[in-house]
Design a protein around this ligand. Structure first.
Ligand SMILES: *[C@@H]1O[C@H](CO)[C@@H](O)[C@H](O)[C@H]1NC(C)=O
Ligand SMILES: *[C@@H]1O[C@H](CO)[C@@H](O)[C@H](O)[C@H]1NC(C)=O
Ligand SMILES: *[C@@H]1O[C@H](CO)[C@@H](O)[C@H](O)[C@H]1NC(C)=O
Ligand SMILES: *[C@@H]1O[C@H](CO)[C@@H](O)[C@H](O)[C@H]1NC(C)=O
Ligand SMILES: *[C@@H]1O[C@H](CO)[C@@H](O)[C@H](O)[C@H]1NC(C)=O
Length: 435
């Protein structure tokens, strides 16, 4: 009897040990599964640019559609649908445009001290962890996002879900100054942290190469700045930042100002480009930094000029309310001013040689009109000034880890992730960072 008892106990202990080991066994089987991913590569996590993540939404009865729009639950149902962006749906039924534009808006909730969706609209980012949601079904948005880079990486041995991952995010939100609420950005940060850790574990604990484009670089830089240095050094092999400098560029002051375009967008794209009828938290994130431009006039009118230092006055002149201007000053500006070197090995790649706005002339101070553009150098969107400022910021760190800034001639903001010659350079930098 005691013997049998012992035996059963032993069995149970074995079974329990096996159960505990099961995840490990499964993991080993997964690892042992034949794979076409090249095993020596460090895993890559891609963080795309503005508007390059897909969003789904669903409506509840709380949703109050714009008057006479016909939007809402009776027409759109209660299930999840593709809110950003479903070009096909808008082609089939252009009247949906009004619905989507309204449902993409954010509102600021003073009680929570944070932005949120319009009441009755729930949203989620599609396919976090993968690069599957980087594309668009809109032919005019072909190659705007990282699809070409994904293909180029696959050609050199990267495989989705094995050593290639994507970190899409809700681009309507933005990181806020330390201490202020930004639930969306905090959620993104926790997800990205887990994704990086899992990508590393899946690849023999090799640290990850983070590759960002445009606004994704700001999200990644703030994310890194807010993770413990030990974590960064353990998990981040390299940051490859494409097409971003310090702060944004003067060009971003234009659509922001255009109330006319915001009220009557000609397409959902234009609508989103005017930042969800001027409601997105992120619209203030890539305004030119006072640290880069100081008192240099960026917007010129007959009676007065506006520099980065006068941004609050400019926003007020462009029709933003006192509360909105206050949110620029308290939430967005401190993030721009506090940008710091990420303290991980870093390569910045930026296009140059393309006419890039560095001043806007609204002579009659009609910000809804089309400004005369004064061009400088850059990639068509990101001005070279801000790239030089990045070189000073990161290169000027007293104890900089590896830092390289590459200026790619004749390459546009979008060309960096779609022109074959630029892609070749980008992939070669990623491979270099990965060895
Ligand atoms: C876009 O909308 C159409 C309906 O017009 C739907 O069939 C399709 O599944 C939607 N696309 C996505 C990605 O949800
Ligand atoms: C944008 O907001 C303004 C009020 O600020 C409103 O009059 C207009 O209808 C809105 N436009 C859209 C497309 O929602
Ligand atoms: C605005 O800036 C321009 C260009 O720097 C300068 O020529 C002009 O005098 C300035 N205008 C005012 C009103 O300060
Ligand atoms: C401002 O420019 C817009 C667009 O060109 C025009 O429709 C509007 O009438 C102008 N406003 C004034 C006050 O001139
Ligand atoms: C950039 O493009 C211009 C005009 O197309 C051309 O003249 C120039 O040689 C190009 N420069 C480089 C470095 O490719």
């Amino acid at each position: 009897m005691p013997c049998a008892h012992k035996k059963r106990k032993l069995h149970r202990a074995t079974a329990m040990a096996f159960q505990r080991l099961l995840p490990l066994v499964v993991l080993l089987l997964l690892v042992a599964r034949p794979s076409s991913a090249v095993p020596s590569l460090h895993p890559v996590v891609l963080v795309p640019g503005n508007t390059c993540s897909q969003l789904e939404a669903r409506l509840t009865d709380e949703y109050e559609p714009p008057p006479a729009s016909g939007c809402g639950v009776p027409r759109q149902g209660r299930g999840w649908f593709r809110l950003w962006d479903n070009f096909t749906a808008l082609q089939e039924d252009p009247s949906l445009f009004r619905c989507y534009a309204d449902q993409l808006r954010l509102v600021y909730d003073p009680r929570a001290g944070d932005y949120r969706n319009v009441p009755g609209v729930k949203t989620r980012v599609v396919a976090f962890g993968t690069t599957r949601s980087f594309g668009s079904d809109d032919p005019s948005r072909k190659n705007v996002c990282m699809e070409g880079l994904v293909e180029a990486l696959e050609r050199v041995g990267y495989r989705e879900g094995e050593n290639l991952f994507g970190a899409p995010y809700d681009f309507r939100y933005a990181p806020a100054a330390p201490g202020l609420a930004s639930r969306a950005f905090s959620g993104f940060s926790s997800s990205l942290r887990l994704l990086v850790e899992r990508a590393s574990q899946r690849n023999g604990n090799k640290p990850v190469v983070l590759v960002t484009h445009s606004l994704g670089g700001l999200f990644a830089a703030v994310f890194l700045d807010r993770t413990p240095l030990r974590w960064r050094r353990r998990y981040v092999k390299h940051l490859v930042m494409l097409c971003l400098g310090v702060g944004g560029s003067p060009l971003n002051m234009w659509p922001l100002a255009s109330k006319a375009l915001a009220a009557n967008p000609t397409s959902l794209q234009a609508g989103v480009l005017t930042y969800g009828n001027r409601s997105f938290a992120s619209m203030f994130s890539l305004l030119p930094s006072p640290r880069v431009y100081g008192r240099t006039p960026l917007v010129i009118t007959r009676d007065r000029n506006y520099s980065a230092d006068d941004m609050a006055e400019y926003l007020a002149a462009a029709g933003f309310s006192e509360d909105e201007v206050a949110r620029y000053r308290t939430r967005a500006l401190p993030v721009t001013l506090n940008l710091r070197a990420p303290l991980v090995p870093m390569t910045a790649m930026n296009g140059v040689g393309v006419p890039t706005v560095d001043k806007l002339v609204f002579w009659d101070a009609n910000f809804s009109g089309k400004p005369k553009l004064v061009n400088g150098d850059g990639d068509g969107q990101i001005n070279l000034e801000t790239v030089l400022a990045l070189q000073r910021l990161v290169g000027g760190d007293p104890d900089p880890p590896y830092f390289k800034s590459i200026l790619v001639p004749n390459t546009t903001h979008k060309g960096m992730i779609s022109d074959q010659s630029a892609l070749k350079r980008v992939v070669s930098e990623i491979l270099g960072a990965s060895s």
